[in-house]
Design a binder for this molecule. Structure first.
Ligand SMILES: *Cc1c(COP(=O)(O)O)cnc(C)c1O
Length: 421
């Protein structure tokens, strides 16, 4: 029996209705931008396996660094001990994060980075003797699948069974260039009527919402109001971090810097799961006290796993090389050219680009998990390109190491599939 058949016996996949979608393709190998399935077919991974493997799959430099670390120190409890990979990673991250960031807290995935950020903001005020119990979030943001993260996510795709158990969240619209006044008024009203602890947002690009892009200036007006009113700001850079938007972080482009930043996905270049919640020294200081209970009693067993830290260190090194920075620029320019070409296609409603991200909205109604989306996914796979449309939106977010030929093939495949609709 092949993988696909054996899989059906005991496995339960995420984001899947097994009754209607029983098959999962067996992948046996991934190298650079190429995935190989169990039948020997190859696919260009044009979305970097959910925005993680930005330096290509099984990157030789990163895997060799991880292998060295594995032989030296594998896992150690971070509540009692420290180690070189964690210390070094904190030093390297502080060098590239927005200047106001000074503390690095470890978690193990994007959702738990968000949970830690939410808890930091709540306890920051609790420790100061202020009761604040509300968060503000964008209408269609996505921040993960654990309860706190689910609560702040406006994109409630099938949150039905859990809605009664979610936190109290106030929502504001995402800036669209014309609604700044409305947002400002709504924000002021929420702040005056509730005890708001923080505002959480995906800076510049809302990933799961369909790679929706908003302007740095518009986001900045919102953050400025939060700052004036002592509402802590939490930038969820789980998707945008580490070069996706052109800069190392999306927040680099926004004048007002966040108090807390959540990082994951490309942090470890797709090798192993890890995440980080960074914050300002001011937030950290609110947890210092002779009273032990004012400390941050939040921990994951694999916090600061040395192997994961070594993967992150190697990828941060690569990110800062001229070669990778040039590639990011190249992908950005190529996306803009292709976008100008494809935006007049009869099946295209609009296109948008930010950094290595290109999104194309179709002028048909696909539905988030509808049949057109399934058909598109299959057509792309038949052509040897892995693209996973989000409802009406086809997007690419290729590894920074994608070759010119692979990128061209991705574009021509999109065009060909659109022509066939
Ligand atoms: C993917 C994602 C998360 C959740 O990360 P997981 O590792 O899947 O828990 C949170 N926020 C954003 C912006 C994401 O893109």
């Amino acid at each position: 029996m092949n993988l696909q058949e054996r899989d059906k016996k005991h496995l339960w996949h995420p984001l899947k209705q097994h009754q209607t979608h029983p098959n999962s393709l067996g992948i046996v190998k991934a190298k650079g931008c190429i995935l190989t399935d169990e039948h020997g077919n190859e696919y260009i991974d044009a979305i970097s396996s959910w925005y993680t493997c930005m330096f290509g799959h099984c990157n030789d430099y990163i895997t060799s660094r991880v292998y060295e670390q594995m032989k030296t120190l594998d896992q150690i409890m971070f509540s009692d001990f420290t180690h070189e990979p964690a210390v070094k990673l904190s030093e390297e991250l502080i060098k590239i994060l927005p200047k106001n960031q000074n503390r690095i807290f470890f978690n193990d995935n994007g959702s738990t980075a968000v949970e830690a950020g939410i808890k930091m903001a709540l306890q920051y005020y609790f420790n100061k003797g202020e009761k604040r119990n509300t968060f503000i979030a964008f209408e269609d943001g996505f921040h993960g699948d654990t309860f706190g993260a689910m609560s702040v996510s406006g994109l409630s795709v099938y949150n039905g069974p859990f809605e009664d158990f979610l936190m109290d969240i106030q929502r504001i619209p995402v800036p669209n260039g014309e609604n700044n006044e409305t947002i400002a008024q709504k924000l002021q009203q929420i702040i005056s009527e509730h005890n708001v602890a923080g505002f959480i947002y995906e800076p510049l690009v809302q990933g799961a919402a369909g790679m929706k892009i908003h302007k740095a200036e518009d986001l900045n007006s919102i953050l400025a109001i939060c700052k004036e009113n002592d509402v802590l700001t939490i930038a969820d850079e789980v998707m945008t971090g580490f070069g996706k938007t052109g800069n190392h972080f999306a927040s680099d482009e926004v004048a007002t810097k966040p108090d807390i930043i959540c990082l994951s996905k490309a942090l470890t270049a797709g090798l192993v799961p890890m995440s980080i919640t960074s914050c300002t020294e001011e937030i950290y200081r609110a947890f210092l006290d002779n009273d032990i209970a004012k400390g941050f009693f939040h921990c994951h067993t694999y916090s600061a796993n040395p192997i994961a830290c070594s993967a992150a260190l190697a990828s941060i090194e690569l990110l800062q090389t001229k070669e990778i920075q040039d590639n990011i620029q190249f992908i950005q320019n190529s996306n803009i050219s292709f976008s100008e070409k494809i935006e007049n296609h009869p099946k295209v409603n609009s296109t948008r680009c930010k950094g290595v991200i290109l999104a194309i909205d179709l002028n048909t109604n696909a539905g988030r998990y509808g049949t057109l989306r399934d058909q598109l996914l299959k057509s792309f796979m038949d052509e040897g390109v892995f693209l996973r449309p989000l409802g009406n939106t086809i997007y690419i977010q290729p590894p920074y190491v994608i070759t010119k030929e692979q990128l061209e093939k991705t574009y021509t495949t999109i065009e060909k599939v659109l022509d066939s609709l």
